[in-house]
Write a protein that binds this ligand. Structure first.
Ligand SMILES: [Zn+2]
Length: 435
């Protein structure tokens, strides 16, 4: 292996016990190995960087290791383990489903399964991004899955299990991998930083873990990206194209006072710093999401990088009402969709920020209900209603026909009479109103 290894590769779990955030799956797999009840096909599904291929590779080693350790963990040092790690094993074959998606690729696999494993115990085909296979390829694969030869196993990994045909899914044991909890990612990053003897600023690793959204690989690659700046939180923000929280606190203050000037200076800063507008909107959403979570009493969910942040947020909580925060999050959610189509970015940011400030002036639902109730009470005031009834009863009197001489009245005649009656009624009504 090369001397320099990217962090994600260097710190990839070597044992099941190293796997972070997938405890239930690890337990099930270790149990299956111990009891000799490993399925013929597994499908590992989950978002990127959650450990799908890592688990599949660990399982491949554990099943073939010549000298398994406690709990059937792979030893990683026997020739079989080493061959698998280096990707040179004849028995554990990794196939990229995105680039080998055709029927010919699967035919080769179907032919290969007939040969017994050379040095190991089990022949394993690991197909990554399996959802990319063509329909014909899936059909060809199905035949082998229906009658899998002894000592052959299929491990599939996919980010999009819904694209895998039901006929295939029904022949696999399926594991849905969770997004890895932020605290667990942070703990792993702390371990890596310690191992590499890198000093990190307060809250920096927490921030990276948070930004990775449950993907260990993303966290490790962000870590790599800011590796030389990890001691300086502001610099990390800068390198990652993020705005420091102080900008958001400024916006809170502007919201409190209705100060529109701040909007323009903030938009100016974002525009001239060349910050990615989508990131900015995402960060702004996260800011308001935190405020809303605090508002409803979910401090854990708000997740703060530093104690000072938490204090600031608690202080700013009074600026907004709950319904206002919901409205702002709605504005930002729309903005995140629309921003790609905005012809003038700067004007677009200004508009979004102005809309946010204006939410204070918009009536809250509870206020609206109160006003409606007042209006209703006002209508119950007897004087105007009585007036209406007065007018109505007098009109009714006028409209009553004064009894016709004969029951057979010609239509024309009736129409004429009706017209004069309406005219009369209108005249009477006019008089009534004028009185
Ligand atoms: Zn081994």
């Amino acid at each position: 292996m090369s001397e320099y290894q990217v962090i994600a590769r260097k710190y990839r779990p070597k044992k099941f016990s190293d796997v972070v955030g997938q405890d239930a799956i690890v337990k099930t797999l270790l149990n299956a190995i111990a009891k000799g009840r490993v399925a013929h096909a597994y499908l590992f599904a989950g978002t990127r960087g959650t450990g799908k291929t890592t688990l599949a590779r660990l399982l491949a080693r554990a099943l073939n290791c010549q000298n398994p350790g406690e709990n059937n963990e792979p030893c990683n040092s026997c020739t079989v383990c080493r061959d698998i790690i280096q990707g040179s094993s004849m028995d554990v074959l990794e196939i990229d489903g995105a680039s080998h998606r055709g029927i010919e690729d699967i035919r080769q696999i179907n032919e290969g399964v007939t040969y017994v494993p050379t040095s190991g115990k089990v022949k394993i085909y690991l197909i990554d991004e399996v959802h990319m296979l063509t329909k014909e390829a899936f059909n060809a694969l199905l035949k082998t899955l229906e009658e899998p030869p002894a000592n052959v196993k299929f491990f599939f990994a996919t980010t999009e299990p819904h694209k895998v045909p039901a006929t295939i899914l029904s022949r696999c044991q399926i594991f849905n991998l969770n997004r890895i909890p932020t605290e667990k990612i942070e703990a792993k990053l702390t371990q890596i930083a310690q191992d590499l003897e890198i000093k990190t600023g307060k809250g920096v690793l927490r921030l990276i873990a948070y930004l990775a959204e449950g993907s260990m690989r993303d966290a490790e690659s962000l870590f790599e990206q800011v590796r030389s700046e990890l001691h300086n939180r502001d610099e990390v923000f800068n390198v990652l194209g993020l705005l420091a929280n102080t900008s958001f606190y400024e916006l809170d203050k502007a919201c409190a006072s209705g100060d529109i000037k701040t909007v323009f200076s903030l938009a100016h800063d974002i525009f001239h710093s060349g910050k990615n507008l989508s990131y900015f909107l995402e960060q702004l959403s996260s800011h308001y999401r935190k405020l809303l979570l605090l508002k409803v009493g979910d401090k854990e969910g708000a997740y703060f990088f530093e104690q000072e942040d938490e204090e600031q947020y608690t202080k700013h909580l009074v600026i907004y009402s709950q319904s206002q925060l919901l409205k702002i999050l709605e504005i930002l959610s729309t903005a995140m969709h629309e921003v790609k189509f905005a012809p003038k970015e700067r004007i677009y940011i200004e508009m979004v920020l102005l809309k946010i400030i204006r939410t204070k002036k918009e009536l809250r639902l509870d206020e609206l209900v109160e006003r409606l109730e007042n209006l209703e009470n006002g209508l119950r005031d007897p004087s105007p209603i009585q007036k209406h009834e007065e007018i109505f009863s007098s009109v009714k009197k006028i409209e009553e026909p004064p009894s016709f001489p004969s029951k057979k009245v010609e239509n024309e005649k009736q129409k004429g009479r009706h017209e004069t009656m309406v005219q009369f009624a209108a005249k009477e009504l006019d008089g009534l109103i004028q009185r």
